[in-house]
Design a protein around this ligand. Structure first.
Ligand SMILES: Cc1cc2nc3c(=O)[nH]c(=O)nc-3n(C[C@H](O)[C@H](O)[C@H](O)COP(=O)(O)O)c2cc1C
Length: 190
């Protein structure tokens, strides 16, 4: 089951905007982050989220989409995310979240995929602009934005030979993601 979920959890960047996500579903996925490991059990992450169309419209221009796809500037009307989660570091608790954020984000995305949704981690964020939209205090710093919705696009995983790691889209708009082969990842078996 977890293997299937992880394999289905692609980065989705185009969604069916007519399918909304209930705030209760987002809360349920964030709760998965709550159950996840935390260095020194400090639990320094906080979250802000929006399912509000007018707020989502304000957030979208401050996100950078698919840097390798030079002829695509992001999802168009009708294909835009219906929700965003801002993953926040509570600076009043720690200056170092170790890898709590990565674990939390993956937990959230796996929850979304299990419920028939999907998303994309966005690190290219104009943080000060999005912080203003969420009216965040100075103690909460944006680490990542997770864009969410009902995936529209087809994503296929390929095994790369050599060093070609850039994802690409074909004429049918299928998104191809090259992954390095397993025997390249496993440096040593003893
Ligand atoms: C830390 C992190 C930051 C990312 N930032 C962005 C981003 O700013 N914009 C974007 O479109 N995708 C972003 N991605 C998605 C990656 O491009 C994606 O994970 C990669 O292409 C592999 O595809 P896959 O997630 O479908 O396996 C990010 C992923 C991670 C883990």
């Amino acid at each position: 089951m977890i293997r299937d979920l992880i394999k289905k959890n692609h980065s989705y960047r185009r969604f069916d905007s007519s399918v909304k996500i209930e705030p209760s579903a987002i809360e349920k996925w964030i709760e998965l982050a709550r159950f996840s490991p935390s260095a020194r059990n400090l639990q320094p992450l906080k979250f802000a989220f929006s399912t509000d169309e007018s707020i989502n419209k304000l957030i979208l221009p401050h996100l950078g989409w698919a840097g390798y796809l030079k002829d695509w500037s992001g999802p168009e009307e009708g294909e835009r995310p219906v929700a965003y989660i801002a993953v926040l570091q509570d600076k009043s608790l720690t200056e170092n979240v170790h890898c709590d954020d990565g674990i939390a984000v993956q937990s959230i995305l796996l929850g979304a995929v299990e419920d028939g949704f999907g998303g994309c981690i966005i690190g290219t964020v104009n943080k000060s602009k999005v912080a203003k939209i969420f009216k965040l205090p100075g103690t909460l710093e944006i680490l990542w934005i997770i864009a969410l919705g009902k995936p529209l696009e087809k994503v296929v995983i390929e095994t790369t030979t050599g060093n070609e790691i850039k994802y690409w889209r074909d004429k049918e708009d299928v998104h191809h993601v090259p992954k390095r082969p397993l025997d390249e990842l496993i440096f040593k078996k003893v």
